[in-house]
Write a protein of this length. Sequence first.
Length: 357
Amino acid sequence: MSKHGNVRAATESAGWARSFELPDRHNADSPPEARGLARDEVRLLVAGDQLTHARFRELPRYLRPGDLVVVNNSATTSAAVDATLADLPITLHFATWLDDGGWVVEARTRDRTPLPDRELRGGTVFELAGGARATLREPWLPAARRLWIADVTVDPRVLMSEHGRPITYSYVPRRWSPSYYTTVFGRIPGSAEMASAARPFTQDVVLDLVTSGVSLAPITLHTGVSSPEAGEPPSPERFAVPAATARLVIDTKNAGGRVVAVGTTVTRALESAADEDGRVRPAGGWTDLVLGANRPARVVDGLITGWHAPGASHLDLLVAVAGETTVRRAYAEALDTGYLWHEFGDSALLFRDDGRH
């Protein structure tokens, strides 16, 4: 990967993704457990050639024997760490580590808004706990000056372990413990934010899938921080698609089964490992792939996902899998029927509208 990540800007976006409005009442401001629900009791909208309302624990009903569900085994870190800039209280988000020892960071005010560009320049020093310091080197990506490469005087993993907390945004006013930001599949620490599409999975749901003839396979993709600015492309992320998973994807396709990705992270990883014919091979490293109308999915037939805010780059990825018509209909239905958004919200199962489901 080059210094700036070789980001390829998306040249097309679904216009509706920037035009729909999300009323505050659709924001999930607390975990389902705090609202009296089990994780797998959140709502599930199944969308393809028709729309069906269900609960997440009913997911196995909408998959078939021979389908393959691919999951992300990256675990969430406590990537938000308090800092100061001069006398100004700051929160640093540690997004990812770089091969040269630097870290990609995002600086936010304590009210969780991005620090203005004018406050950031090469050489800016943030004071951290225990006398540690993070010194900005240069912007990481030309299109996203909120993300900087920083040199840190101690291992940020130690800072996160001892002083960090999960990254949260303004729609979640209360701080929740790290246990609310886990998934049943998370095994390898490295994600700055939860791969939240997997949050509603429970051991019971996994068992029901397996006993109904649906296979599961892992990839690893360590998520960076969210892209809150409209038009900002997804950041490069570390990923790995193991040989066993690549073989299962190929075998599933050859047998006529469907490959269902749990989240945009899994979709990005699988599509990054696919050739032009859609054949997945073992792969790893960095991906800067941007999926959308210009680059539709070649591997993924269905996608389990949460609900994304207007302007989010994830929406283009949904279109790449299911097509704009299906995604538009699903979002209109979710807004009309009170679905909840974001990492603590409800879920969707989006199929490519080709009559195969």
